[in-house]
Design a protein around this ligand. Structure first.
Ligand SMILES: *Cc1c(COP(=O)(O)O)cnc(C)c1O
Length: 415
């Protein structure tokens, strides 16, 4: 949306990407705030018929400026660690709009979240429930909980990001959930407020959501029979984006379907979109260091760039496809290239077999990199992590400085 060509050059919200590269260097992540805001509003509009709260999944892109701006729009947050909670607080997010997911919450994280007064722990096991009770008793503070149910719904997505099948580590089966609710309701320190699920990521259509909501509603009704009235239903995140030629996720259909299923019920719907809000709003900006031409037929052409798998691991980890565009159109002849980084792994590629007209020194934009890009980056090969730039209606600013090698070593000692 915000990334467009003007005079042959790729711009973001009217700012030339070449200008950003000149000012900040490469590799750099560049995010369009107007794009994220637009996506956030799209979700709100699609769900206008339902009392709802968007809890942005922080792990998709946890940059403080992104979180702060989402908080200013009234967003809630879905967190999976104490570190993410600290980020949300630093960014001015409201603890009362935070839900805490994840199978491995530590005692320290639980205690911290109780003290902050988060809205709800999405409990994923009996043992976790007991630990929350213990922490709440220790602190003498109440904790609000819901159970994350595993509805055994096939989200038709990559196995690493399918989370709602019965052999998954996430959530508990509905039958066990009812037992957990009984246990939670019996505890004087717990307030039982919701039920949650999250069935996977990069889900293409609304059917799995409808199926999951049906499971949640069945449990909701069973709990009413047990004398327990929940305040919210949390349908999770996972709305897909179009990396290549995937049909755009039909938000309007989702809204309609969820509204119909919830008609006549006095319950708040929670949604936890991550990728959907930020993926398309970001690019990874990188420069071509070398062109390594195929020496003979049967060999490959390599464009070696200054970004690598440590900056964007999705192609290596999920066989993900990211569109690649040359920032400027040059006179070079189009050829097919494997776009690879300097890391010493054959899995270090950003894109394979792409037709591009490029020369050494050219800038490339790896598209749709705003989600699970920087957030999954590492320092492998002692590579400082990339800078992050946020573009607003009135220009751009560095939202996270490029790391230095000194940053990488400062916790180490010569022992
Ligand atoms: C990762 C995650 C999300 C967000 O998933 P997206 O595909 O980025 O929308 C939401 N909820 C939970 C519990 C998650 O683990």
């Amino acid at each position: 949306m915000s990334f467009a060509r003007s005079g042959g050059e790729l711009h973001v919200d009217g700012v030339a990407l070449a200008r950003i590269a000149a000012a900040v260097g490469t590799p750099a992540y560049v995010y369009s705030w107007p794009d994220i805001r637009c996506r956030y509003r799209q979700v709100g509009e699609a769900l206008a018929g339902v009392r709802h709260r968007i809890c942005y999944a922080v792990k998709a892109n946890s940059n403080l400026s992104v979180l702060a701006r989402l908080a200013s729009l009234g967003s809630g947050f879905d967190i999976v660690s104490g570190g993410e909670l600290e980020r949300v607080l630093r960014a001015g997010g409201e603890p009362g709009r935070v839900v805490f997911s994840g199978v491995g919450k530590s005692a320290a994280e639980i205690g911290f979240a109780i003290k902050c007064g988060i809205d709800c722990f999405n409990v994923e096991s009996v043992a976790e429930l007991d630990r929350i009770i213990e922490q709440a008793q220790l602190l003498g503070l109440p904790a609000r909980v819901g159970v994350r149910v595993n509805p055994d719904v096939d989200a038709n997505t990559h196995p690493y990001i399918a989370t709602g099948l019965k052999d998954s580590k996430f959530g508990v089966p509905p039958a066990l959930a009812r037992e957990l609710y009984r246990r939670a309701a019996a505890s004087p320190v717990l307030d039982v407020v919701g039920v949650a699920c999250h069935i996977g990521s990069q889900i293409a259509d609304v059917h799995p959501f409808r199926a999951a909501l049906a499971e949640l509603l069945e449990l909701f009704d069973a709990l009413e029979d047990d004398g327990l009235t929940l305040r919210h239903l949390d349908i999770g995140g996972g709305f897909g984006v179009s990396y290549r030629d995937e049909t755009p996720f039909d938000l309007a259909a989702l809204g309609k379907s969820l509204a119909a299923a919830l008609a006549g019920r006095d319950v708040e719907l929670l949604l936890e979109p991550g990728r959907f809000l930020v993926a398309d709003a970001g690019v990874l900006l990188t420069r071509v260091e070398y062109l390594k031409l195929a020496p003979a037929p049967g060999y490959r052409n390599f464009a070696i760039v200054d970004a690598a798998m440590n900056d964007l691991i999705r192609p290596a980890l999920y066989q993900a496809w990211h569109d690649v565009e040359a920032v400027a159109q040059t006179g070079a002849q189009a050829q097919r290239w494997n776009i690879v980084g300097p890391v010493c792994e054959s899995g270090d590629f950003l894109a394979l077999d792409r037709a591009l007209a490029i020369e050494e020194g050219d800038l490339l934009a790896i598209k749709c990199a705003g989600a699970y890009g920087f957030a999954q980056s590492s320092n492998y090969n002692s590579r400082p992590r990339a800078a992050e730039v946020l573009v607003n209606d009135d220009g751009f600013a560095v939202a996270r400085k490029r790391e230095t090698v000194a940053d990488l070593m400062h916790l180490e000692a010569l022992v």
